[in-house]
Design a protein around this ligand. Structure first.
Ligand code: NI
Length: 264
């Protein structure tokens, strides 16, 4: 049995002390791959560096809505250059976050839209971060049409109805630690409605640590707890769930240059 952590931030400073051991533990716990995700220019570069260092780690490059206010003028050009690297598989994480509103909403929308268009141009999938901004997200997606690009709704926390609309737009739906939280029956309900061939798992580490480690720093090895919860929700074995989410992740991210080899 193996799993892929489809969304990690191993370049985060909270891993500075023991990054090597954390990555080793992921391998020992049966993870076949990790996709490390950028949230600004610096972390996008660090993600590429991690992917260069470890054969089984891949990268995504992009600017998170929190960081949208700080993009340099030529950030799209920089992202495009980074995206040419063989191990960069997606544009992300990008999106809208009206819960924290760390960047002005107009700026969030502009930077999201520009990166969606970049992904479309490059024919790469997108990794979408969405919080309390569903209306504007839908409006942008309706205007822009995602095809031929596809993507994933990362750390999904919306309702079954929202999940359905995202599925209709062609998105995969990824679940993280919160699905294991006692107070998250709505997330489990939404997950139960997502077809098995559209599910992904992730940690979003160092954040969103699943039960039983909730409150501690998260790491890729803990993705198994989210997978176990998802298997319970879907009423299938952990083996069947793992095999499906691994296939889905490879299908979504594996199209670059005529086919990515995930062996590492
Ligand atoms: Ni993230």
């Amino acid at each position: 049995m193996s799993l892929i952590d489809s969304h990690a931030h191993l370049d985060d400073q909270r891993f500075d002390e023991d990054r090597e051991e954390v990555i080793k533990r992921a391998k020992e716990n049966g993870l076949s791959n990790i996709i490390n995700i950028g949230h600004d220019m610096q972390s996008s570069r660090s993600s590429v560096q991690l992917a260069e260092k470890y054969p089984f780690i891949f990268a995504a490059v992009g600017v998170h809505p929190h960081d949208a206010k700080d993009v340099p003028n030529d950030y799209l050009k920089q992202l495009e250059e980074l995206s040419r690297h063989d191990k960069v598989l997606a544009i992300g994480e990008i999106g809208l976050d009206y819960y924290y509103d760390m960047s002005p909403r107009e700026v969030q929308k502009k930077v999201f839209l520009e990166q969606l268009n970049l992904a479309k141009e490059l024919n790469m999938p997108v990794i979408v971060h969405l919080r309390d901004a569903y209306g504007d997200f839908l409006e942008i997606m309706r205007k822009e049409r995602l095809e031929p690009t596809t993507g994933v709704m990362h750390c999904f926390s919306g309702s079954s109805e929202v999940a359905k609309e995202c599925l209709d737009m062609g998105f995969y739906i990824s679940f993280a630690g919160p699905i294991t939280f006692k107070n998250a029956p709505k997330v489990r309900e939404a997950a139960s409605q997502v077809p098995l061939n559209k599910l992904l798992v992730e940690t979003d580490c160092p954040y969103l640590t699943p039960v039983p480690y909730r409150g501690k720093r998260n790491e890729p090895a803990y993705v198994q707890y989210t997978a176990e919860q998802l298997a319970t929700v879907k009423e299938i074995s952990i083996e069947e769930l793992s095999s499906a989410v691994t296939d889905n992740t490879k299908k979504l991210f594996g199209n670059k240059n005529g086919g990515v080899s995930f062996e590492g």
